[in-house]
Design a protein around this ligand. Structure first.
Ligand code: AMP
Ligand code: FES
Ligand code: ZN
Ligand code: ZN
Length: 330
């Protein structure tokens, strides 16, 4: 059996781009050091930050929640977790269970939103009614709800679980389609806009998919192995994923090099010129007078649901905060 290049104990992994073997303890330290380095290099967090960790129930969310929980003392973080139940059959049921178990294990307060309760329809039902692809409706609803919770919570940042493989694929896609303005949104962080949008951070920016899987597995955080049934394996993203893995195989470390260089250049990229404004109905971030969530829900219900959803989110956040206070007092 191969031995750890640092301490000589049995190795659990070989890091190709560093040509070294690592044991369980050194592997965990290796992943956490990557997260620490990204926090410093990209100025993701400051001491005492209140962070909303958005968790899907998958391996990356599990790794993210665990890593931030283990670093929370060092950075004096106040962590909250959020899970959105999308109503995608068994997949969503399992995701909810895993997210709940992970948050419970790490004693992080979890806010749960249910799309069907908030909007009246599950994500697939909404997509059918709107005659739009499931993933695009899902992305719109998730972005809106995550931001709504973060604003209500007064969070300093929302942590997302995108890993280096995801981000390399999205960046490559933006380059191929020449949607260069989108690259600006794929960096390690986006900025806060006072009162209407909370900035997003990506602590796993330099962590590979395989690494987040093994990290979550070694630390025993519950996560689901299933992928969303709506993933389209013929999509450009999936094709690029396979191709970029082939390149990475021949050039280990290529994706991280690409992402690091991109993060340096992000300020120079072309930006879509739009006025940042707050939606006239719900008050959250919008590029036009009415935000896309209010527009979408108005098409279905005849009235924009942003204001109702926001007040329900406010109640749920308050409940979660008072549960926190009573458990701290007890
Ligand atoms: P995706 O949009 O599926 O690529 O996921 C990107 C990130 O969004 C994940 O790493 C999570 O941080 C967050 N996320 C995805 N799905 C959910 C969900 N159902 N509830 C809460 N956060 C989610
Ligand atoms: Fe949103 Fe699959 S997770 S459509
Ligand atoms: Zn070791
Ligand atoms: Zn709105």
């Amino acid at each position: 059996m191969a031995k750890c290049s640092i301490c000589g104990r049995d190795a659990v992994a070989y890091i190709r781009y560093q040509r070294r073997y690592l044991c369980r303890e050194h592997y965990i330290e290796f992943v956490e050091n990557k997260v620490r380095r990204s926090i410093k290099r990209y100025k993701l967090l400051s001491k005492g930050s209140k962070v909303l960790v958005s968790v899907s129930g998958g391996k990356d969310s599990a790794a993210l929640l665990m890593a931030l929980s283990r670093l929370s003392k060092e950075y004096q973080l106040k962590l909250y977790a959020l899970h959105i139940n999308l109503g995608i059959g068994e997949y969503s049921e399992k995701s909810l269970r895993a997210s709940t178990e992970a948050a419970k294990m790490l004693r992080i307060p979890l806010i749960i939103l249910n799309v069907k309760d908030l909007i009246g329809y599950t994500i697939p039902e909404l997509a059918r009614r709107l005659r739009r692809p499931v993933c695009s409706v899902c992305g719109l609803v998730k972005r809106y709800l995550i931001n709504a919770v973060a604003v209500e919570l007064g969070a300093d940042a929302v942590a997302l679980g995108h890993n280096a493989d995801d981000l390399a694929v999205y960046s490559m896609k933006s380059f191929i389609t020449q949607d260069l303005e989108y690259l600006d949104k794929l960096g390690p962080k986006t900025e806060n806009i006072q009162g209407i949008a909370v900035g997003r951070i990506r602590p796993l920016y330099e962590v590979y998919e395989k690494e987040s899987f093994l990290y979550a597995f070694l630390l025993g955080v519950p996560f689901i192995h299933d992928e969303c049934p709506h993933v389209n394996h013929e999509s450009l993203e999936q094709i690029l994923k396979v191709k970029l893995n082939e390149v990475e195989e021949k050039k280990p470390g290529m994706k991280i090099m690409m992402l690091r260089n991109m993060a340096k250049r992000i300020r120079d990229l072309p930006r879509r010129e739009y006025r940042v404004q707050s939606c006239r109905y719900c008050g959250l971030l919008s590029s036009t007078e009415v935000c896309s969530f209010c527009r979408m829900t108005a098409r279905i219900h005849g009235e924009p649901l942003g204001p109702i959803v926001r007040s329900r989110v406010r109640e749920l956040v308050k409940e979660s905060e008072s549960r926190q206070l009573s458990s701290a007092a007890g």
